[in-house]
Design a protein around this ligand. Structure first.
Ligand code: GLA
Length: 386
């Protein structure tokens, strides 16, 4: 990203004044494994990406907030005393939700101007929302000296998503975007937020992300439905166990109590979460032992479980994974993120990348009529000032 160019755009939109323009960046994320485990107190293994959201910000000293984006039309001019939600889907609701959270904590920003510019493909399940949330939270915290630490900013951003946006997400995305580290995956225990940075060395292999370009439509309501199903499983199981979350239950324990879950779909969701949790732990062992083949197998098993038990893949993501599995040099392929559209994550030998693009692209188009996009991002650092 050309920061000089962004600064010029900032000045031509908002004009000159004596205040400095500060620049911040927050990455997107890709989850290697551990899907739909975070809001169940389980484990996840995401990485921050080299692409993300840039934010230029400047104080104005008045009671106006001005928001603009290079990616979307229009500028929002709002008064500090009128910061309600702007329609259902406007991007500006993310920064507004963050301001709302600061204010709930008694931290009130003065007037400012903000220009966002991002290179995360939107609606692709690579956490463009968490990236906007964290870059906003981090920038406001720095500019107005609110004194919150990264962990607090992560939790504040998750609460913005719950309370302002209306998605009952777990903490994985905000955590990865804030705590990501170059060439590392973050092994996070979502129950107590203990985490370990695991070197993610791919050697001759490449991380390839494939965007299904399937619009995710009703994904927020389907996501919240899965969250509720897991809560139902916990209520049922806790008739006999004293544990609280699915992420804390072993497979042996589950076998003893699964009859307490009356709804077959709810039982399937719980089964996925418990097994996926094991797969994350095994994946960490595999990475530590430089066993990428094992990691790939676990990724494939994760996709199958998300398809058969969690039922969040859909024909598009299945088509992408199936096409990938057929290619020599692909160690693993699975959907990543919430599902219902979005992306797959693949580990592909560097000599097979061209064939992978060609064959997966062609087969996907043949099966679905859609065109896939391919990205080869680096694993980067978390939110920061530039
Ligand atoms: C979305 C949510 C995360 C997580 C994933 C599924 O990305 O924001 O909290 O639940 O889906 O693993």
């Amino acid at each position: 990203m050309d920061i000089g160019f962004l600064k010029e755009n900032f000045l031509s939109r908002f004009g000159e004044n004596s205040e400095q323009v500060a620049v911040f960046f927050a990455p997107g994320r890709v989850n290697i494994i551990g899907e739909h485990t975070d809001y169940n107190g389980g484990y996840v293994l995401p990485c921050a990406l080299s692409f993300g959201t840039y934010l230029l910000i400047r104080k104005t000293g008045d009671d106006q907030l001005r928001f603009a984006s290079e990616n979307f039309e229009g500028t929002w001019n709002l008064r500090l005393n009128a910061l309600g939600k702007q329609g259902k889907t406007a991007w500006v609701n993310y920064p507004l939700g963050i301001i709302d959270q600061f204010r709930k904590r008694g931290m009130n920003p003065d007037g400012f101007e903000m220009l966002y510019s991002g290179d995360i493909p939107p609606e692709a399940g690579l956490s463009s929302s968490a990236s906007i949330e964290l870059v906003t939270a981090f920038a406001l915290n720095a500019l107005f000296h609110f004194g919150m630490d990264r962990m607090e900013l992560i939790q504040l951003s998750q609460q913005c998503e719950h309370e302002f946006i209306g998605v009952k997400c777990g903490i994985m995305d905000q955590f990865a975007v804030a705590m990501g580290r170059k060439e590392h995956a973050i092994y996070l225990n979502c129950k107590n937020l203990d985490y370990e940075e695991i070197p993610f060395k791919l050697g001759e292999y490449k991380l390839v992300i494939v965007n299904s370009n399937k619009p995710r439509g009703l994904s927020a309501s389907a996501y919240n439905e899965r969250v509720m199903e897991c809560q139902e499983a916990v209520v049922n199981i806790n008739k006999s166990l004293t544990t609280k979350d699915l992420g804390e239950i072993t497979l042996e324990e589950f076998r003893m109590v699964e009859h307490l879950i009356s709804h077959p779909d709810v039982k399937k969701r719980a089964y996925h979460v418990i097994n996926e949790n094991y797969r994350v732990k095994q994946s960490v062992h595999a990475l530590k032992a430089h066993d990428l083949k094992l990691l790939g197998k676990l990724m494939n098993a994760s996709h199958n479980s998300l398809r058969d038990y969690y039922e969040v893949t859909g024909p598009e993501l299945d088509a992408l994974a199936e096409a990938a599995w057929e290619i020599d040099g692909v160690l693993g392929a699975r959907m990543t993120g919430a599902g219902f559209g979005g992306c797959t994550v693949n580990i592909v030998h560097r000599n097979a990348v061209e064939e992978f693009r060609k064959r997966v692209g062609e087969q996907y188009h043949k099966k679905t009529g859609l065109h896939a996009d391919f990205y080869l991002p680096e694993i980067g650092d978390g939110v920061r000032s530039l």
